[in-house]
Each structure stands twice: as structure tokens, then as C-alpha cells.
Design a protein around this ligand. Structure first.
Ligand code: 5RP
Length: 230
């Protein structure tokens, strides 16, 4: 996993940003690069308004001088840029490794264009080696764990370093569901997961991504609609 590759991917995405844009701003180490590069443009005079996908990203934006708004004030975004934990050839994603999947999906869904920035370690043939994060209502933990095990997942409640259940920014719990690299039909699994009572949101992002900027060494490849270009 190369930090330079993540920065290269982020720098390709920042080229899409134009003066006056309303931006969704992602979460994670790759998104942090994007925020730093965006801040350089803002501090050089570019005007944008951003909606952050996590308290972490909001704090970084504030610190670097990026003006933030909310989806109440700005319900339509021009572009959202975020990282991913895995992506496949159909641009389906697993997200939520950083625990921000709910806000990330809301913000991506509010954007006319959703662009992903990633390094090559995130590219897989079949999704599922990365445990799929599922954000849940705490009361539903046990019945959901049984349902998810029936679907083939090894289920772990995400915990903090201190052993407490991890709380998302929206105060929910997260079940990390290890399916193994076996999610052959992500849209179908996404539909099943969304139908389970107590699931607030899951980390499968299907049919949302316009393109992926894939950093590898100091190169960036664009993956869009199954096609690849430099
Ligand atoms: C956070 C996410 C991140 O986008 C994902 O975990 C990738 O993180 P990183 O850029 O640090 O590899 O979904 O909830």
C-alpha cells in the first residue's frame, strides 16, 4: 500500500474541481490527500463549498481553511470524491473501513458525479476479501448476526482499542462481515442486506461510481465503465 500512489490518485481527482463547485469530501487516508490538495487550491483563491463525510474530514477541512456546508443548505452536489476498501471490474465498491460508510453513501448519492481514488491494493476480481462493514442499530445485533451468518459471513462487532463497541458518527454500531472473496453478485447482496431490519446501511456501493483514479507508483490509471486508460 503506497502513500504516494494514494496521493497521485487524489491529485488526479482534484483536477476535476472547478471554481464554484459544491463538493462531497470523503474519508480515509486517500481522501486526506485529496483534502490537502484541495486546500492548496482554496488557499490560492478557488471558491468551493464542501460537505464532509465524517467528523474527521470536517475537522481537517476546518483546519486547512476549506469552507463546509451541509446537505440541508446544499442538497445537490456537483462532485463527490472518496476512497474505497475494494473495487471490482464493474466499479462496485466495498467502503466503510474507516466507519464512515453511512455519511459517505448519503453524500455520494447527493452528488451528480461520484469519483473514487484508490491505490492498486484495492483492485480485486471479486469483492469480499475485505470484511464488509454493515452499520446497524445496536438492538438488532444478535438477530442480524444470525441472518448474516446464514448468508455466509463471519461476523465481528467492530470495537475501539479500549474494547468498547465502535460508534459511527451517527452513533450506530458496525458489524464487519467477512464473506471471503465470494461476493459474485454485489447488487443482489446489497438488496438483501438493505431488506434486513436493523441494518442502517451497508458498505456495498453498486452503480454509483463514475470512474476510479487508480494510483500505482507515480502513475494514475482511469477506470470507467469497464474501460481502462492512462
Ligand atoms: C472510510 C472509507 C474509506 O474510503 C476506505 O476505508 C479507504 O480508506 P483509505 O483511503 O485510508 O485506504 O470507506 O469509511
Amino acid at each position: 500500500m503506497s502513500d504516494e500512489a494514494k496521493r497521485m490518485a487524489a491529485s488526479a481527482a482534484v483536477e476535476l474541481v472547478q471554481d464554484g463547485m459544491r463538493l462531497g469530501i470523503g474519508t480515509g487516508s486517500t481522501a486526506d490527500h485529496f483534502i490537502h490538495l484541495l486546500a492548496q487550491r482554496v488557499n490560492a483563491g478557488m471558491s468551493i463549498s464542501g460537505v464532509a463525510t465524517s467528523e474527521h474530514s470536517a475537522e481537517l477541512c476546518h483546519r486547512l481553511g476549506i469552507t463546509l456546508t451541509s446537505l440541508d443548505e446544499t442538497p445537490n452536489l456537483d462532485l463527490a470524491v472518496d476512497g474505497a476498501d475494494e473495487f471490482d471490474g464493474a466499479l462496485n465498491l466495498i467502503k466503510g473501513g474507516g466507519g464512515a460508510l453511512l455519511r459517505e453513501k448519503i453524500v455520494a448519492g447527493a452528488a451528480a458525479r461520484f469519483v473514487v481514488i484508490a491505490d492498486a491494493s484495492k483492485q480485486v476480481a471479486v469483492l469480499g476479501a475485505f470484511p464488509l462493514p454493515i452499520e446497524i442499530i445496536p438492538m438488532a445485533r444478535q438477530p442480524l448476526s444470525l441472518r448474516l451468518a446464514d448468508l455466509g459471513a463471519a461476523v465481528t462487532l467492530r470495537r475501539t482499542a479500549g474494547g468498547e463497541p465502535f460508534r459511527s458518527d451517527e452513533n450506530h454500531w458496525i458489524l464487519d462481515c467477512a464473506f471471503g472473496p465470494s461476493i459474485m453478485d454485489p447488487p443482489s447482496l446489497a438488496q438483501t442486506l438493505s431488506s434486513l431490519p436493523g441494518v442502517v446501511e451497508h458498505g456495498l456501493f453498486c452503480g454509483m461510481t463514475e470512474r476510479i483514479f487508480l494510483g500505482s507508483g507515480d502513475q494514475v490509471t482511469v477506470i470507467a465503465d469497464g474501460s481502462i486508460s492512462d
